[in-house]
Design a protein around this ligand. Structure first.
Ligand code: RIB
Ligand code: CA
Length: 314
């Protein structure tokens, strides 16, 4: 049963699979018309993120085109997140690669083409460092005019980050210059940050029981996330945190949001101890345009229902 709320929309996902990206991509294919996966480097290198995207599309039984994007951040190099996702980004299971290959078109160009092809009905979901999207914006600053909605997983709106400096979150901290380009050139985007992710964690046992009830998608997801779940438990995390899936839930069902605020969000590029921070003008003191619809809370039960549906466990 596809969600009526998004059937009229086409969805393009910018992603660096990574296991939480994988759940988001499963959710999207369960309920929306996905016109492409534009892939970035981030969690792991571009070769792995592209291979993982191709493999996941095969597991889903879809023919979604995959477009390879930028192999490095715009300006400065950055450390990956292989410690969380495994060296290959998908839990180092040694899966048989997909027979399909990525398209020849660059991800940034694919984003622009899709924005023309589906002008007014394209939902862009950014689950990776924003390198590809920043490049697309530099090539064509009118891109936002053709995109119905942009949902970004990124940032830590009150400085509780997870990468590099204290306040930085991975997607912004891996390529702060790219995030600055997107945040300063996109009139209004939806932001689902790391702190919202921490407020909407999943009970490990309940999540694993859900996977056990699921179909082939659940079995694959169980295999690629074993390392990440062990890593999370070893660090004493009380819940499984699945950032990209939370952002995808908001993209698929905007009315799942129970609390949000609109404010200006900027990106710190030069701070010795704050580079990559997402700085929110909560009091709107600077009088700058409120570029972000900041999601603070969503309906947890509906969120978990979308997860179950995506792996055949609903
Ligand atoms: O901080 C979480 C984000 O960084 C997620 O998108 C995860 O996949 C990593 O890319
Ligand atoms: Ca990601």
């Amino acid at each position: 049963m596809k969600g009526r709320e998004v059937q009229k929309y086409k969805m393009l996902i910018d992603t660096d699979p990574g296991v939480d990206d994988a759940m988001a991509i499963l959710m999207a294919h369960d309920r929306a018309e996905v016109v492409g996966l534009s892939v970035a480097a981030g969690n792991v290198g571009i070769e792995h993120t592209v291979a993982n995207a191709l493999k996941l599309v095969e597991v889903i039984g879809a023919t979604t085109p995959v477009y390879a994007g930028c192999a490095t951040p715009l300006v400065h190099s950055a450390a990956d997140a292989a410690d969380v996702h495994g060296s290959d980004g998908f839990g180092d299971t040694g899966y048989t690669p997909s027979a399909r290959e990525a398209e020849s078109e660059h991800a940034a160009l694919a984003i622009l083409r899709a924005s023309h092809e589906f002008a007014g009905s394209l939902v862009l979901v950014a689950l990776a460092p924003l390198t590809n999207l920043a490049l697309a914006l530099k090539l064509d600053p009118d891109l936002p005019l053709r995109v119905a909605r942009l949902v970004v997983m990124g940032g830590a709106v009150s400085g509780r980050g997870n990468y590099g400096t204290v306040p930085a979150e991975f997607n912004v901290g891996f390529d702060p210059e790219a995030a600055h380009v997107v945040f300063s050139q996109w009139p209004r985007f939806t932001l689902v940050d790391w702190e919202a992710t921490m407020r909407h964690g999943l009970d490990f046992e309940r999540f694993e029981a859900m996977l056990a009830k699921g179909d082939a998608r659940a079995k694959f997801y169980d295999s690629i996330t074993a390392k990440t779940r062990a890593w999370s438990r070893e660090r004493g995390r009380p819940k499984l945190l699945i950032a990209d899936a939370l952002a995808m839930a908001v993209a698929l069902q905007p009315d799942i949001v129970t609390h949000a605020e609109e404010h200006h969000v900027g990106v710190e590029l030069d701070g010795r101890i704050t580079r990559g921070a997402t700085v929110v003008d909560w009091q709107d003191r600077l009088g700058k345009r409120a570029n972000a619809h900041i999601v603070l809370d969503i309906d947890q039960a509906r969120f978990e229902g979308l997860l179950a549906s995506a792996v055949g466990a609903a």
